[in-house]
Each structure stands twice: as C-alpha cells, then as structure tokens.
Design a protein around this ligand. Structure first.
Ligand SMILES: *Cc1c(COP(=O)(O)O)cnc(C)c1O
Length: 228
C-alpha cells in the first residue's frame, strides 16, 4: 500500500521536486517500507522521536526536522540532521552553528516564514526575516548553510487562500534571491530551496515553485496519535 501511495505521488512530482516522507508518529517498520520504496528523506517534528528512530534506519537516511525546535535540543540532532526546516530566530541559528561546529560539520537550514492566517503556526514575517538576515551577517555563522525558505499554508478548504499564501512565499523567495548580494549570509548557489506543500496542498505548492514537498498522510495513511 505504501509503495503504491508513493508511486502515485511521485508520478505527480516534477523531477526537480524532492519528496520528504513525513513519518512523525509512524512506527519504524513503516519507515523501512518507505525507504525500500526508494524514498530516503524523512521528516520528523519532534527531536526525541527523530533521535530514537535514526539509529534504526540505514546510514544514508536523510533526516529533516520540520517542527518547532528548541535551542536546548539542537545538540541531540546536530551529529546527523540533514536539513532543519523550521529556523525562526537568530538565537536558534547561532545555537545550530555552535553545535554544528562541535560536530565538525555544516548544517543546512531553512528559515520558516509565517504565511498562514492561523495564530498557531510558527515562523517569521517578511520584516522579521529581513532583519534576521541582516543581523546574521556579523555573527560568523560558518557552520550553517541557509538553503532557502519553508512555509505552511492555512489549514482550510479555501484553495484560493492557500494559493495566495504559497504565491506570497514564492514572491518573497524570489525577491530575496534577486537582491541576494545585500545579504552576505546568503550564497546564490545555496539559497535555492522552497519547502512548501503537504498531502492536501502539494500540487498547488508545486505550481508556485516548491522544491520540496513534505507529505505524511498520503503516504502512510492517517496518523494515529494515540500510538505515541
Ligand atoms: C505533519 C506535517 C506535514 C505533513 O502533513 P500531511 O498532511 O500528513 O501530509 C508537513 N509539514 C509539517 C511541518 C508537518 O508538521
């Protein structure tokens, strides 16, 4: 079933769009099935859960942290995390840099932008994003690579609204890329990713330039939170 779900999704993805299997709350056996079907990138929203699963999966599994990250937990994922999608403060950026340095590696991050109308979603607005980028340039962040932006659309049936939110993020992404020389922390060949789109809205996200989609329930089926 999982292999068929993945097949159906990948058929709809342009070649350049990466599929991240969002495996939060899912048991390791199902992650292994996904891996066997050819998907090696997994998204988790909790540090503890990612740390527990990581040693049980093949060494070339890519771990993507997609949920809110507290600074005191960065050290647990710093040795192996592939991409942190949810960076929303200079303090978090500085901590990731410090832990990456300790592990003698460069950690890839995305800056999370708030595009939804709901109060519950984390992220930066445009002004905060630009301020963060300007402030970051003097911080000697040699052990992080800012690879792009991440956003989550509103949880709504109103597709015009979702599309509007995605196109807003796409516009912001291109605005920064076009003016990239005013942000010395950003490198044009690194700042290339736009992480947006989930099970219900990934086709719209792709239409608006998404380069990575984070898909859970359409691969695994509905999440059962009681299994935690
Ligand atoms: C859970 C989650 C997803 C995947 O959601 P589905 O609707 O199951 O595809 C994507 N992104 C983030 C940040 C998530 O927390």
């Amino acid at each position: 079933m999982i292999a068929a779900n993945i097949e159906k999704i990948t058929q709809q993805l342009p070649k350049q769009v990466k599929l991240i299997a969002v495996s939060k709350t899912q048991p390791i056996e199902l992650l292994k099935e996904v891996y066997q079907a050819g998907i090696k990138a997994f998204g988790e929203n909790k540090v503890q859960e990612m740390v527990a699963k990581q040693p049980q999966m093949p060494i070339d599994t890519e771990w993507h942290l997609i949920g809110h990250l507290q600074t005191n937990k960065v050290k647990y994922i710093a040795p192996f995390v592939h991409l942190i999608h949810s960076v929303d403060s200079i303090k978090l950026l500085t901590t990731i840099n410090k832990e990456a340095h300790k592990n003698n590696r460069i950690i890839n991050v995305l800056l999370q932008v708030y595009i939804a109308t709901e109060e519950t979603k984390f992220g930066l607005n445009e002004t905060e994003l630009v301020t963060l980028l300007h402030n970051a340039k003097n911080s000697n962040l040699n052990h992080i690579a800012i690879c792009g932006l991440m956003g989550m659309a509103s949880n709504t049936d109103n597709s015009a609204q979702i599309e509007n939110e995605f196109s807003g993020l796409q516009r912001l992404f291109h605005k920064i890329r076009e003016d990239i020389t005013s942000f010395p922390i950003l490198l044009p060949d690194k700042f290339t990713e736009l992480s947006m789109g989930m099970s219900s809205d990934f086709l719209m996200a792709i239409k608006h330039g998404s380069t990575m989609v984070r898909i859970g329930s359409s691969i695994f089926g509905a999440r059962s939170y009681s299994l935690k």
